[in-house]
Design a protein around this ligand. Structure first.
Ligand code: NAD
Length: 291
């Protein structure tokens, strides 16, 4: 396929490289410059999009997505699909899809989980919102870049799935970390705590697959001095998106709200920026109860 790829940062660059390796013709644009090997450089987002069967975007936020979409939609050929893989707010995803349809294009919101490692290995999970026809057309690309693509529903459903998942993840990581802090103060050995919880009803991905304690469980960022991994500021971004959506949809999410406040404090008031989101463990461990 002929692909335009816009936004070739930490995630976009390895995703585009995998598409090139699979034999697709990829033209890329990123104002920051450097493109992965085999990706043809375009002078603008519109130039990358012109004549493409599918335009993929992997951008920092909804405002930038809206700006890029306004540029590329008029340049795209009728019947082509605009597929955004960034994590953005549900309203931006829906607004961009609406503009794309009005221009005779297909549109998908297809945020990912799996991080930079998954992007490089081609093992991302795509959560996709939009029409079945567009999903079918981009399907072969999801297969190259990922191991699984779930069609979640209409426009915005992919972003909804992503923020619900990450709201659970943020709250669960904090709950797991505070349980370790309590275990420490009760004199319970951390390995014993892991052995019990990882096979009991307190188990979770945070505990079993990504244990926040160094030297326990499978290798995780905790074993590398909490180098991300999944950076705390990205978790904060996703939690804020969840709260923005909860506000708009009038959904009560008290745990999500508290998790957002705790990550905001960690990233913006303490030393959380640039650290893995599981570093909330040493952060909590250094606190007293009355904080
Ligand atoms: P990044 O900052 O490394 O990459 C974003 C890229 O977009 C940058 O290279 C930037 O130059 C480019 N960009 C900015 N404005 C642009 C414009 N107007 N036109 C074209 N390109 C522009 O971020 P990332 O880590 O690659 O994340 C991208 C998206 O994926 C984000 O929405 C993020 O939330 C999501 N995500 C990231 C991870 C992760 O682990 N990094 C995991 C899942 C989802």
């Amino acid at each position: 396929m002929k692909i335009g790829f816009i936004g070739l940062g930490n995630m976009g660059a390895p995703m585009a490289a995998n598409l090139v390796r699979a034999g697709h013709e990829v033209t890329g644009f990123d104002p920051a410059g450097a493109l992965p090997e085999g990706v043809a450089a375009a002078a603008s987002a519109a130039e990358a999009a012109r004549g493409a069967d599918v335009v993929l975007t992997m951008l920092p936020n909804g405002a930038i997505l809206r700006q890029v979409a306004a540029e590329v939609i008029p340049a795209m050929a009728k019947g082509a699909v605009l597929c955004d893989c960034s994590t953005v707010d549900v309203e931006s995803a829906r607004a961009v899809a609406q503009t794309a349809w009005e221009a005779g294009l297909g549109a998908l919101d297809a945020p990912v989980s799996g991080g930079i490692g998954g992007a490089a290995a081609g093992t991302l999970t795509f959560m996709v919102g939009g029409a079945a026809q567009a999903f079918g057309k981009v399907g072969p690309l999801f297969e190259v870049m990922g191991q699984k693509a779930v069609h979640c529903g209409d426009s915005g459903a992919g972003q909804a799935a992503k923020i619900c998942n990450n709201m659970i993840l943020g709250a669960t990581m904090i709950a797991t970390c505070e349980a370790f802090v309590l275990a420490d103060r009760l004199g319970l050995d951390r390995q014993k705590m892991f052995d019990v919880v990882s096979t009991s009803s307190g188990y979770s991905w945070s505990m079993n697959a990504y244990c926040p304690v160094p030297g326990i469980g499978p290798v995780s960022p905790a074993d590398h001095d909490y180098k991300p991994g999944f950076a705390a500021e990205l978790m904060l971004k996703d939690l804020r998106l969840s709260q923005q959506a909860a506000e708009a949809a009038n959904a009560p999410t008290p745990m999500g709200e508290l998790a957002t406040r705790l990550y905001a404090d960690f990233v913006e008031e303490q030393d959380g920026k640039g650290r893995d989101f599981s570093a909330i463990l040493p952060h909590l461990a250094g606190k007293d109860r009355k904080v």
